[in-house]
Design a protein around this ligand. Sequence first.
Ligand code: TGC
Ligand code: FAD
Length: 395
Amino acid sequence: MTMTEKEITEKIEDFYHVSQLWTDEERDVQHMVRQFVDGHVKPYVGQWWQQGEFPVSLVAELGHLGVFGPNLPEIYGGSGVSPLVYGLMMQELERGDSGLRSFASVQGALAMYAIYRYGSEEQRQRYLPAMARGEIIGCFGLTEPDAGSDPGSMLTHSREEADAYVISGTKRWITNGHIADLAIVWAKDETGTVRGFIVPATTQGFSARPIKTKASMRMSVTSELYLDGARIGKDMRLPDAQGLGAPLSCLTQARYGIVWGTVGAAMDALTECARYATTRTAFGQPIASKQLVQERLVDMQTRLVNMQLMARQLGILYQSGQLSYSQVSLAKRHNARAALEVARMARELLGGNGISTDYTAIRHMANLETVDTYEGTYEIHTLIVGRDLLGWSAF
Ligand code: TGC
Ligand code: FAD
């Protein structure tokens, strides 16, 4: 029985027929984003990644495609799509590259969501529609050089003056940082309460510098933000953000997108190496005919199906208003790690070719090391779920 490459790809991508459950809208959106990624990203992504370059020229087109804050209401530039449609968009972006999905996550689920959920009506109208179109780029500054897993220990602080807030501190590992027009900066006020601020990149005392030493997420912009008495108007504080729960609730939105995005990365790595296995010969036959190779592919397929089912059920919980943040943690922990394992196995099956960015596996693998760490490490999500299951905090 010989199968075409197309048949193999379709079988692997939807082994449990998850797509049969999709509505027409979900199917259409998935197709639209996939076509964009196949045409505008995949042919160039290896080169961008090698060169450490983010294709800023794609941002307006991505805005047009509707991937920035698509689940926000139309009056703010979103299209009010369901969590499942939003998830499928993230899946297709990350099929291209984790850095592409990351751009959309930070723009939509972190920066835009923070303004939508905690901003004033005036702030929402001023920023959100332009951010949805990609005309204003945002970043989200929570992590600091000495406060990552434990953001409650942040040192960045704000001081209220008669006509301004004055912010000082350093934020590290900030996606989109030095290309952003505005930063959502989290800082403690005089009482030690975490507050959120919109800091335009043109603010005096604000600067951003690239982190250039990355061996992962090379297509994504990552930066350090410096706030040295950065002075912003009183209208730039997010009025409803009070306490650490505010930034953490934004993380829940982005983590949900990662659960879906990682499905796309795993799908891309797995389908490519399965096709490769049918054409690459060793000892006189395609390696696909070898038992150990088949076992490896079945292990990868099992992970992919688990990831898809988890993402789907999480979307249903979200849609029905039952979603808890520890459910999101369980799925982020599982899917980021499973995708990383799939990409590593794909890399191995490609042999020497597996270390080249002519193939996708090594790029996905290196990216997924970051995905496994950011938005809460594997260990932190273990402890979030453990606390919810047992009632004991083990941080
Ligand atoms: P804790 O006492 O647990 O929580 C403080 C308050 O916040 C509430 N809460 C959440 N609410 C919504 N969503 C969540 N995920 C929440 N987690 C906690 C919680 O109920 C509580 O509310 P209240 O009303 O009782 O005050 O706070 P803690 O200091 O013990 O910390 C808990 C911990 C460790 C889980 C948290 O700090 C954490 O999640 N750490 C990981 C940090 C992290 O994920 N950073 C990500 C930075 S952004 C990023 O990486 C972007 S990457 C780019 C991309 O997304 O593509
Ligand atoms: P640490 O907190 O120092 O952790 C080090 C190790 O200790 C980890 O393995 C961790 O799991 C473990 N550990 C910590 N506490 C415990 C514990 N209690 N028990 C057991 N183990 C523990 N942040 C933003 O705010 N905005 C962004 O846009 C952003 N983008 C990023 C982009 C990239 C490419 C990267 C790499 C990171 C980004 N981050 C961003 C930061 C990211 O969220 C943090 O790196 C992450 O939360 C981990 O924090 P840390 O690096 O300080 O590690």
